[in-house]
Design a protein around this ligand. Structure first.
Ligand code: SF4
Length: 303
């Protein structure tokens, strides 16, 4: 029996579902029951009523969100080291400091934050719904964290003032993209459309034909009549894009754009995680209650 079969057997035995983020390794995406962006897999986690265990192939903050939204289920993170550096950039102390500086300004946090930070905010958002979440607020000035690039992008889209907290939060992987590389790729593939994630720099956003979350990029690639795309997000998404659009071509805008944290989940680790039921993700109930409120408020916003 190969490893994939062993995983499938264990999955049935333990009434588990495997959810994987778009940035996971191809073999993890292929074995998962569902692959998507953070909002899609978080929603999926709440909809799977029969599952007793959720194996979350992603990074720490996403598994925490799944545990917050599914307090009665076991949520497992196959690799404990899979921690998002951007989420670590925003501390509770910084949020409190900025709240004191801007009393009355609502706090909107990207889901790429730890549960302790989410517990301090009014509403969460993802890169797929950030514009709609900010538009839904009856306020012109909003504290927004931790991604400064996403804050800038949403500010451009909504015309509201977004104060980035911390001042320079960023995703180290998306920061690797440079417009110079896109220019070279455009010389080789002049008809290709450039699609980038809003976590990229403003310089990258300027050379893009389309800016959107990973789920929006997938939809765009499917619907566009174009047959070639230069993609500015973590390389894992290209597996899904190629699978869903076998007749189209996708080129990564920078070959080194790999999130090492997302790649920590391997088939071996997934197998051990299911077999030994580790690593169990726990969020203290007091923190979870407050964070749940912010996540649920996000789900109520139409996008
Ligand atoms: S791609 Fe960026 S934001 Fe996503 S998990 Fe990796 S470091 Fe964090």
């Amino acid at each position: 029996m190969d490893l994939s079969e062993k995983i499938q057997n264990l999955k049935r035995e333990k009434k588990a579902i495997i959810l994987a983020h778009n940035y996971q390794r191809p073999e993890i995406q292929d074995i998962a029951d569902y692959v998507g962006d953070s909002i899609e897999i978080s929603r999926k986690a709440t909809q799977e009523e029969d599952a007793e265990t959720i194996v979350f192939c992603a990074v720490d903050f996403m598994a925490e969100s799944a545990a917050i939204l599914n307090p009665k289920k076991k949520v497992l993170l196959p690799s404990l080291g899979a921690r998002c550096p951007m989420a670590q950039m925003l501390t509770v102390e910084e949020i409190k400091r900025q709240k004191a500086k801007y009393p009355g300004a609502p706090v909107v946090l990207y889901v790429n934050t730890l549960a302790s930070a989410k517990a301090q905010c009014d509403v969460c958002c993802t890169s797929a719904n950030a514009v709609e979440v900010i538009q839904s607020l009856d306020a012109d000035t909003v504290l927004f964290g931790p991604d400064r690039n996403l804050a800038e992008y949403v500010q451009e889209k909504t015309g509201k003032t977004l104060i980035p907290i911390p001042e320079y939060g960023f995703c180290p992987t998306h920061l690797l993209f440079q417009p110079e590389d896109v220019k070279v790729l455009k010389l080789q593939h002049p008809d290709a459309e450039v699609v980038v994630h809003p976590e990229c720099s403003s310089e990258m956003r300027k050379v893009a034909d389309f800016i959107g979350s990973t789920s929006k990029m997938c939809r765009y690639a499917k619907e566009s009549p174009c047959r070639q795309f230069i993609v500015g997000t973590e390389e894992g998404l290209l597996h899904r894009l190629r699978k869903e659009n076998p007749e189209k071509q996708f080129f990564l805008a920078y070959e080194g754009a790999v999130c090492p944290n997302m790649k920590l989940t391997t088939l071996d680790r997934l197998y051990v995680s299911l077999r030994e039921e580790k690593h169990l993700v726990r969020v203290p109930e007091q923190t979870a209650q407050k964070a749940r409120k912010a996540l649920k408020r996000m789900f109520e916003v139409k996008s």
